[in-house]
Design a protein around this ligand. Structure first.
Ligand code: CA
Length: 229
């Protein structure tokens, strides 16, 4: 089986080196870029399976690089940051990252997160297959991770898809924000629950004809969210 390719975008050589070493030992193929521009060139020539990227980068920073990426594809992104004040923005994934790690971190933590994000975003063949959910105007396919609305394919980030999939698998069941965090992020005490709010808002913008008057992703005031087929 081909090894997953991880692109490490980091301008501090010592960090890039140790993260690369650990990922390599964990069985991943690793490639490096020292700034956002070099990363763009690498990505255009060969799309990695996952990107570990520092937020503060020369030339093109992590925010800009993520926006650039999200206009093109949904390759999973794990953001490294030393800036606590940016965590909400990253965790809220307003910028489209799939996970983040606060510096300083242990390289082993990066390996664990890489594994977790890859497991979530690219289920390996042989894992139990889940059938698409079909409604009159909507289909949600867990294999291709595509949502089709009135024959139009909607692109979702990994976390957006997982959130929708969780709710849609249990129609009309109410999930609290912490419940969604636990099931989709797996770390309920680590990320601000408002992250879920941000995701629901972005999902509504993508799948609801009128996002301010949602028909599928409903708020249950004071409790959480539910999916109405
Ligand atoms: Ca940096």
């Amino acid at each position: 089986m081909a090894k997953d390719l991880i692109l490490i975008v980091e301008d501090e050589p010592s960090i890039a080196e140790v993260v690369g070493l650990y990922l390599n030992r964990a069985g991943y193929q690793v490639t490096f870029a020292r700034d956002g521009l070099e990363a763009q060139n690498k990505i255009e020539s060969h799309l990695p399976d996952l990107i570990v990227m520092d937020l503060m980068l020369p030339i093109v920073d992590g925010f800009e690089l993520t926006r650039w990426l999200r206009d093109r594809n949904d390759v999973p992104i794990i953001m490294l940051t030393a800036r606590r004040d940016e965590v909400d923005r990253i965790a809220g994934l307003e910028m489209g990252a799939d996970d983040y790690i606060l510096k300083p971190f242990s390289p082993q933590e990066v390996v664990s997160r890489v594994r977790a994000v890859l497991r979530r975003t690219s289920p390996k063949p042989g894992e139990p297959s889940e059938k698409p959910l079909s409604y009159p105007s909507m289909e949600i396919d867990p294999q291709t991770r595509l949502v089709t609305i009135d024959k139009r394919e909607i692109t979702l980030t990994a976390k957006e898809f997982d959130t929708l999939w969780l709710l849609a698998q249990h129609p009309r069941q109410v999930f609290t924000r912490n419940h969604v965090l636990e099931r989709v992020w797996g770390i309920s005490d680590y990320i601000d629950p408002s992250t879920v709010t941000v995701h629901i808002r972005r999902l509504r913008e993508k799948i609801e004809p009128d996002p301010s008057n949602p028909q599928h992703l409903l708020t249950v005031w004071g409790v959480g969210y539910k999916f109405e087929p």
